[in-house]
Ligand binder design. Structure first.
Ligand SMILES: Nc1ncnc2c1ncn2[C@@H]1O[C@H](COP(=O)(O)OP(=O)(O)O)[C@@H](O)[C@H]1O
Ligand SMILES: [Mg+2]
Length: 331
């Protein structure tokens, strides 16, 4: 197949997306596909091989007057405009199949507040939270014990997030998060281990063995994520079979609850009690997680027995399957 791999994008995760995009492009080539690498510049322009790509709604992608015969688009974009449904809607307008979640699931998972409310509705365990700037929020936040976490609702890579230990610092943390998004979350602390699980599929998806984030830093902030050697991933995580199974079940359940397709990495806090029991709290769902060969998403599949080229190939086939089943509905 001929696959357009999109990477770069307008968000602050542009550079990370370039690395993931190149890895996916080589993975697809190793699986026998023909790849068209499309760079999305920070301005939002789409470029391939130095030429601008024109999007023709209902027809496809065009370069220098020629329509490219693309079978599937593979967006490998993180954060706003790439992972939040904007690009997904653009590809829907062009009319091509694409890997990963649709507009709605992408938008729901990008917006941590919306996902939390959906989880609340479905009884999925999570830390308690309050949305800043809503009526009575300052009073409501008093029910939460410090330390607290303050986050912009729609971002990634830990940008704009603060851990607040001293109540006197709460206002500054809320203002800092509000620089990135008017929707700001104040949430309770979890003392749990950071456990992540890779999910792959459409209906009845498969969940990988869970992995654990082990960082020497105080928390998994931007530096810990992207500085070589600061963080180690245990793949698989050292967990009881029972807890590991429960994480995998919950990952599949929240993937389906959020309407995800193709792939997602579901991130949890696992709090263990002295009697050997465990509480599994959902932290977030990433619909386009970091996707180099050494990223958590791929490492967990490797630990589960699925090699990188096969993983990329399965995502292309899942994209076609979803496109086919959607085209059976009238609108
Ligand atoms: N409620 C919390 N309790 C403990 N640690 C947290 C909490 N919320 C966030 N963190 C820490 O901050 C990191 C980034 O938060 P997260 O919500 O995953 O945002 P991002 O989308 O930027 O990854 C987490 O991986 C974790 O280390
Ligand atoms: Mg995270």
């Amino acid at each position: 197949m001929r696959i357009a791999v999109l990477s770069g994008g307008r968000s602050s995760e542009h550079e990370i997306s370039l690395l993931s995009g190149e890895a996916v492009a080589s993975g697809l080539e190793a699986a026998g596909h023909d790849v068209v690498r499309v760079l999305i510049e920070k301005s939002g322009a789409w470029i391939t091989d130095g030429h601008p790509v024109s999007l023709r709604p209902g027809e496809g992608m065009e370069v220098a007057g020629d329509l490219l015969s693309i079978d599937v688009v593979f967006p490998v974009l993180h954060g706003p405009f790439g992972e939040d449904g904007v690009t997904q809607g653009t590809i829907d307008s062009i009319g091509l199949p694409y890997a990963g979640s649709d507009v709605l699931a992408s938008a729901v998972c990008m917006d941590k507040l919306t996902l939390k409310r959906l989880c609340g509705f479905h009884g999925i365990p999570q830390v308690d939270f309050v949305q800043a700037f809503t009526p009575g929020w300052e009073e409501a936040a008093k029910r939460l014990d410090f330390p607290l976490w303050v986050k912009p609702s729609r971002l990634g890579s830990s940008v704009g997030i603060s851990k607040v230990t001293d109540p006197a610092d709460l206002t500054a943390a809320v203002e800092e998060a509000a620089k990135f998004d008017p929707r700001v979350i104040i949430e309770a602390n979890s003392t749990g281990r950071e456990i992540e699980c890779s999910v792959l599929g459409n209906q009845n998806p498969d969940a990988s063995l869970p992995g654990e984030i082990l960082t020497d830093d105080e928390w998994y902030d931007y530096e810990a994520k992207y500085t070589e050697g600061r963080t180690r991933i245990a793949a698989p995580a050292d967990l009881d079979d029972e807890v590991s199974g429960a994480v995998r079940d919950l990952a599949g359940q929240v993937f389906t609850m959020a309407g995800c397709a193709g792939l997602a990495r579901c991130d949890f806090f696992v709090e263990e009690s002295d009697d050997g029991g465990a509480t599994i709290l959902l932290n977030e769902i990433n619909t386009i997680p970091g996707f180099t060969r050494t990223s958590v998403y791929a490492k967990l599949w490797e630990a589960t027995g699925l090699a990188y080229p096969e993983l990329c190939d399965r995502l292309v086939r899942l994209a076609l399957e979803r496109h086919q089943s959607e085209s059976e509905h009238s609108f």
